[in-house]
Design a protein around this ligand. Structure first.
Ligand code: AMP
Ligand code: ZN
Length: 117
């Protein structure tokens, strides 16, 4: 399958790994929007949040078990987890991923959606 994040997981495309276990791979975002910006992905191809099912949700649980470990390794006590699902939400890589961003004080509200119109 021609998937960028599948290729990163199997090492075909290089990345800066921050965490790995049987179910989860995490690496530095190539174009960070914050001092810490990691991507956490399941080691199976799930295109987006809309395709999470009872059959594959163990990967999601494992991702969220990994979150505190990754945050600790990045010296983050406070951070934001973001998932963009689908084009209008800003998903550009169709392999489910959670952005872990931190290291900066963040706002919350309408403006934080980054609306384009
Ligand atoms: P999204 O827009 O939610 O689909 O997020 C995709 C993210 O992947 C963006 O933040 C990109 O900067 C990031 N990205 C794209 N290509 C790479 C790559 N080769 N290595 C690491 N991050 C990447
Ligand atoms: Zn994939």
């Amino acid at each position: 399958m021609d998937c960028l994040f599948c290729k990163i997981i199997n090492g075909e495309i290089p990345s800066t790994k921050v965490y790995e276990d049987e179910f989860v791979f995490a690496f530095k975002d190539i174009s960070p929007i914050a001092p810490v910006h990691d991507l956490i992905v399941p080691k199976t191809h799930i295109c987006c949040a809309n395709k999470i099912t009872a059959e594959n949700s163990e990967y999601i649980a494992k991702i969220f078990e990994a979150v505190p470990k990754i945050a600790q390794s990045e010296n983050l006590e406070t951070y934001r987890i973001i998932n963009n699902c689908g084009e209008d939400a800003g998903q550009s890589v169709m392999h489910l991923h959670f952005h872990l961003v931190g290291g900066v004080k963040m706002g919350w509200g309408k403006e934080s959606l980054g609306k384009t119109e």
